[in-house]
Design a protein around this ligand. Structure first.
Ligand code: FRU
Length: 508
């Protein structure tokens, strides 16, 4: 049964027999990116299958986004690295495929560094190499029952990622007999003057170092007994962050599939120390990056300006990623988010600040609290919205069209926040998509908290308490959501600020 909050009295019912114009566009394989469910201010591939972000690096004034890509189908297959670039992390330009599978295997996830000092000898000091470090997945080995089918390889580009050459001594790290052995993240470690590589090996992470990106020495491992272990560890990242109190810590990010708190894929993190050899932490409990279901395989940019730590995730979940109801493309990335570390000693935590280039704000409107309590007709379903709530009051936020609704609520009695997408639109493509409510984060204390919500054609990202609690979810409404209601005694701000967002594709 639908929730009580369902239909608003003023909903306009479309005449029956009315043809949905969006369906037509899908059939023509729209090159304007206006197909039904096509994200308008999130990155998605032009067509076909995408998963993890790879090789995130800022160089030559551009943010590179490489990604797991299968150019021949809308489901997972032989992996390539797709490529896009951006100057502002909002507008993206599609680039030619960067890496193709070869005789050593498919090209799985990994990272990229700029070898400015030419430590590898693959470029020169005048023309430094952009070096990609990735996992080779050898299907033949896997099929024949061997367990050493994943190795690490490198490739380099002397023209800022436009063309690539594989290193002829691949693989640079052989498989030690571990089935899941992948997803290397590499960064330069100034104190030891070495490259550090972290990869995952089933239920733990392994750390290596190197002087030249080619010869790697195993240093330590982490995680056999730490954190969540409901699934295989994937896509690690390790980076320093300093709190506003001046504490210098290291954050280790580990994606896990399955075993996420809401089911399927999710990302956990550890806050601790790294001495150039070993990562250690006093953290006892598991910490989760996102309380929604669709933020996976997230990693951060190398060399981002102003020492910023910018994360981007794949906005999907292996529980249903391959059957979502999109047509000629599948999957999108989350909004990029700048990470900060807060808290102290026993309770450090990450906060995420979404990044959008302000020029995509088409116009801003202010709604009264009384108006949104009644319910308002939205000028657009593509928006950013901001308000402040008192966490000691129950708050219910609904987005709806005449038949679907998405509900986010904060319940101080239960001390929980919840997302309900059971009635949000199309859900029947997988019984794992919306089996129940998502019972998410606990509320630590009663006070005012800022809420920022981004709604795109097939996603809703909610940032509560300045990005301390984040809920990233896909939704597939039968029609774009057209109505908003917020029922709460706890809205603190007089006005709810609503900004309609332009499409990053149509603007160009
Ligand atoms: C995570 C992942 C990685 C792997 C890649 C393969 O989503 O499973 O561990 O490298 O996807 O596409």
């Amino acid at each position: 049964m639908r929730l009580l909050f369902g239909l608003f009295a003023f909903l306009i019912i479309l005449p029956s027999g009315c043809i949905d114009p969006l369906i037509k566009q899908v059939e023509t394989n729209d090159t304007k990116y206006s197909e039904r469910f096509r994200p308008q201010f999130h990155f998605s591939p032009k067509s076909n299958w995408m998963n993890d972000p790879n090789g995130l690096i800022f160089e030559n004034d551009r943010y590179h986004l490489f990604y797991q890509f299968y150019p021949d189908s809308t489901v997972w297959g032989p992996m390539h690295w797709g490529h896009a670039t951006s100057e502002d992390l909002t507008h993206w330009t599609h680039q030619p495929i960067a890496l193709y599978p070869d005789s050593l295997g498919y090209i799985f996830s990994g990272s990229a560094v700029m070898d400015y000092k030419n430590s590898s000898g693959l470029g020169s000091e005048n023309q430094p190499a952009l070096v990609a470090i990735y996992t080779y997945h050898n299907m033949e080995y896997e099929r024949s029952g061997r367990n050493d089918y994943q190795t690490q390889g490198i490739a380099f580009s002397l023209d800022h990622g436009m063309t690539w050459e594989k290193f002829d001594g691949n693989p640079v790290i052989k498989n030690p007999g571990i089935k899941d052995f992948r997803d290397p993240k590499v960064f330069w470690h100034e104190p030891t003057q070495k490259w550090i590589l972290i990869l995952v090996a089933g239920d733990h992470a392994r750390i290596y170092n190197s002087k030249n990106l080619i010869d790697w020495t195993f240093l330590s491992d982490f995680g056999h007994n730490e954190g969540a272990h409901g699934g295989v560890w994937e896509c690690p990242d390790l980076f320093p962050l300093t709190t506003d109190q001046g504490d210098q810590k290291w954050v280790l990010i580990i994606s896990i599939n399955p075993g996420g708190p809401q089911g399927g894929s999710a990302t956990q993190y550890f806050v601790g120390d790294f001495d150039g050899q070993k990562f250690t932490t006093a953290q006892k409990e598991s910490k989760w990056l996102d309380f929604g279901r669709d933020n996976y395989a997230g990693v951060t940019y190398n060399d981002a300006p102003e020492d910023k730590r910018i994360l981007m995730g794949w906005m999907s979940n292996w529980d249903y990623a391959q059957v979502t109801p999109t047509t000629n493309w599948r999957s999108a990335m989350t909004l990029p988010r700048s990470l900060e570390l807060k808290g102290s000693n026993s309770d450090y935590y990450l906060v995420q600040n979404p990044i959008i280039e302000p020029s995509i704000i088409a116009r801003t409107e202010e709604f009264d609290v009384a108006q949104v309590t009644e319910g308002v007709v939205l000028p657009s379903s593509q928006f950013q919205m901001e308000f402040e709530v008192d966490l000691s009051e129950k708050t219910v936020f609904e987005l709806a069209n005449e038949q679907d609704q998405f509900v986010f609520s904060i319940d101080p009695t239960l001390r929980q926040m919840m997302v309900d997408r059971r009635f949000s639109g199309k859900i029947e493509f997988s019984d794992k998509f919306a089996p129940g409510q998502q019972i998410s984060a606990f509320i630590p204390e009663n006070r005012a908290a800022k809420v920022t919500i981004f709604s795109d054609a097939s996603s809703i990202e909610i940032f509560v308490d300045q990005g301390r609690y984040v809920f990233t979810n896909q939704v597939f409404p039968e029609q774009p959501y057209s109505h908003l209601r917020i029922v709460s005694d706890g809205v603190k701000t007089d006005k709810i600020i609503f900004s309609e967002l332009n499409s990053i594709w149509h603007e160009q």
